[in-house]
Design a binder for this molecule. Structure first.
Ligand code: OGA
Ligand code: MN
Length: 205
């Protein structure tokens, strides 16, 4: 894949400020199919209350986050395969341009029912540094600011950036660097969230 002005901007923003927002990165038709698939899976009860931490420390934590998730697997649906292929292309871009040595991507649907939020956090487990870049792709076609539900990126010196979760908006940020939260949403809110990973050194504690 040749790099485009869009790719130049993504790489430049990640290096210079640690985050970036791109609107319209994917085909609008793909976003619609992904939104329908997320809805379908949610209605079939295939999404599960999200947890925090991992392994035995894993526990449902509604006071911290109220979303429901399902990890994507290839072959789940054609639109998911198409999405995963484009994410793979981004992974190879990051490796070529930023020398990050990213070995894999993991992605899940996230469904926030009305009233849900996710408190301020970093996207890294205490005992692992394998998550390098976080990505969030929003799937909400009729979003208006009155719905709340912004992604708030906490930047230096108390500054913050609020990002509305409108359909086909992709946010990328350095997992270890950017503290962030999801403000309470007043309506259902859907996204595809993922991490570009290298195999970090994981301790057993
Ligand atoms: C997460 C997360 C942000 C969002 O799932 O870790 O921070 O805007 N999501 O959905
Ligand atoms: Mn997060």
């Amino acid at each position: 894949m040749n790099s485009s002005p869009q790719h130049d901007r993504i790489c430049h923003d990640l290096v210079s400020q640690g985050w970036t927002v791109i609107d319209g990165y994917f085909e609008p038709e793909l976003i619609k199919l992904l939104a329908d698939e997320c809805h379908r899976q949610q209605q079939l009860g295939l999404l599960q209350a999200a947890r925090i931490g991992r392994l035995e420390q894993n526990r449902a934590a509604e006071s911290i986050r109220g979303d429901q998730i399902r990890w994507l697997e290839s072959g789940m649906a054609p639109c998911i395969d198409q999405f995963l292929a484009q994410i793979e292309a981004l992974r190879s871009l990051f490796n070529r341009r930023l020398y990050l040595g990213l070995e894999e991507c993991e992605n899940h649907f996230a469904y926030y029912p009305a009233g849900a939020f996710y408190r301020k956090h970093l996207d890294r487990f205490q005992n692992s540094d394998s998550r390098v870049i976080s990505s969030v792709l929003y799937l909400n076609p009729d979003w208006v600011s009155e719905h709340g539900g912004e992604l708030r990126l906490h930047l230096e010196e108390g500054r913050y950036e609020d990002i509305e979760p409108v359909a086909n908006r992709l946010v990328l940020f350095i997992s270890a660097q950017i503290l962030h939260e999801v403000l309470p949403t007043t309506v259902e809110r859907m996204s595809l969230t993922g991490w570009f990973r290298r195999h970090g050194i994981e301790s057993s504690v």
